[in-house]
Design a protein around this ligand. Structure first.
Ligand code: URA
Length: 221
């Protein structure tokens, strides 16, 4: 990407971030502190899509800054994916939670919330034009592809939409944080790193890597 394309992407993302900040398309905005938009660099060639901001991300206004991020960064280093080439965002831009005393417990976004938020996700994709998009878990895959994608049977493979949008599917790092027992944690983490190791290779695209061709309602959200 040239310097001018970089700065165009950067100002487009600034503009989108400002627009998204006042998005009230779905009632989730009422409980949330703010819209949490994606984080640069604008010249990223890989885009990671998570589920939705958590409690801390909601308060600080940045995606993936909690424990899931630490795990993701560690795994990226082990998989030799350069963090500076990675843009991080979420399928849903507002924190959805259930109040429990003083705590706010994460609640999974539903299909309508995912669908409404696709507008922002696809605007980000258009601004950045990543060479590969990584769906971290089921909500991200659904947001990107436009239908429910079983993560376990698709992890480690690339789904290619008719539009050419390439989505590499893996688990969400938060799923690793919920695993019980040392052995489950160790092997879960190793499989995650193994998934991420495919990224460098997939950036040198070979059509043979594609698992399936999906219709792409996603590009007309
Ligand atoms: N989990 C996500 O999916 N996104 C975040 O921003 C934080 C945790």
């Amino acid at each position: 990407m040239s310097i001018s394309t970089n700065s165009q992407a950067s100002s487009k993302l600034d503009e989108l971030g400002r627009e998204a900040a006042s998005c009230q398309a779905y009632p989730l905005w009422k409980g949330a502190t703010q819209t949490v938009f994606g984080e640069r660099p604008p010249n990223a060639d890989v885009m990671f899509v998570g589920e939705q901001p958590g409690d801390r991300e909601d308060r600080e206004g940045r995606p993936f800054i909690g424990p899931a991020r630490l795990l993701l960064d560690k795994a990226l280093i082990e998989a030799r994916v350069d963090r500076k080439r990675v843009y991080v965002t979420n399928a849903v831009k507002h924190f959805k939670f259930e109040p429990r005393g003083k705590r706010r417990l994460h609640k999974r976004p539903n299909a309508s919330e995912i669908k409404i938020c696709r507008r922002w996700l696809f605007e980000e994709i258009e601004a950045i034009s990543p060479r590969l998009i990584v769906a971290l878990g089921a909500t991200a895959a659904q947001g990107l592809v436009g239908k429910v994608i079983p993560v376990q049977s698709n992890r480690g493979s690339v789904l290619t939409a008719e539009s050419g949008l390439r989505v590499f599917v893996t688990i969400h790092p938060s799923a690793l944080l919920r695993l019980q027992g040392e052995e489950a944690k160790r092997s879960g983490y190793a499989s995650f790193v193994n998934d991420l190791r495919s990224i460098e290779r997939l950036l040198d695209y070979s059509p043979d890597e594609t698992k399936s061709v999906l219709p792409c309602p996603a590009l007309n959200p």
